[in-house]
Ligand binder design. Sequence first.
Ligand code: NAD
Length: 364
Amino acid sequence: MSEPLKHPLAPEERVGYALVGIGKLAEEEILPALEASKRSRLAALVTSDLEDGKRLARRYGLSPEAVYGYDDYDRLADNPGVHAVYIILPNHLHEDYTVRAARMGKHVLCEKPMANSVAEGERMIAACRAAGVKLMIAYRCQYEPHHWAVREMVQQGRFGAVKLVESVHCQVETDPDEWRLKRKEAGGGPLVDIGVYSLNTIRFVLGLEPVEVFAQTYATPDDPRFREVEEQMSWQMRFENGVLAACLTGYSAFRSSRYRLYAEGGWVGLDPAFDYRGLHLSLGREEEGQQVVEERRFPAPNQFALELDHFARCIQEDLTPFTPGEEGLQDLRLIEALYTSARTGRPVRLEVPDKPDAFRGEWP
Ligand code: NAD
């Protein structure tokens, strides 16, 4: 990873973001992250609750005129302080809000999953390309130092060639009315919401793409939460170099977030891996016939601030983001292949690019 800026930029030199959708993530993580950032600043809020938006505006030093309702979204075009929008809406709204931002000439940072289908993702990329604006998908783990440390150890062959990978990402969803449990809104169940971290991070750490995937899903009959989406999924991925990855995700199993890669001379992994803070790296190897486990912790800057500042730098220096729309689209292809496999009971083969990190842009 490159050296971060030593000194924060002055407010007028920073990239101004409009946050679109002020739910839990926006309020609890992104607003504080903007304050912790060095190149980014809050420029507008787009919300259904104007009063609440004005309360947040007061708290974060934003003018009340910079709080917009969804009906006024397209008026952001007239706000020159807004350089980029950050779309933090339920998944089925990502395409529409991205395409409209592109038409306004605003750059787009969009939450994962990029969209609910490959076709939607392709239209988002096309709209941003046609408008000459940048599109980045908010894969925060790809900007976080613990994940980079794992990637470097793996790619430098610290324990030899990686052979096997495992990953688990589970949490308990209790409210059957939550949009995450509605197919039209969410596009799928735990796979698209949290399993995507395992999928995306394994691809990132290896720098490679799977050639074949196989999945199984299950939903407890009569559980009102899982009428429309899977309750849990287990899946496997085979990479071109023979690495096999086994992943689990679910919405009714105890909160877990981890991955581990195994080579002949040892293993390395994170647990927790996908949390917002408190990530924990460990390595296992043999020393004089005994297994030795080593723990590593790094200074942990706010990972949302790192990703906001990477996109800001790409806008300021005219670079392709490390996780552009194409990176999100590749996950959508794999998600569709995994659901096809689960439905048909058969593995699905995929085309692989002929170079590593094929869908990624400028190094963060
Ligand atoms: P949330 O339910 O907490 O917030 C969604 C916001 O969208 C709310 O402010 C809601 O009012 C608004 N909204 C507008 N139209 C809506 C509609 N038709 N239905 C429901 N809500 C509507 O959701 P969230 O957890 O903030 O998730 C939003 C996006 O962020 C999702 O794409 C999710 O996958 C992503 N997310 C990413 C992370 C991460 O770590 N990167 C974490 C959580 C969520």
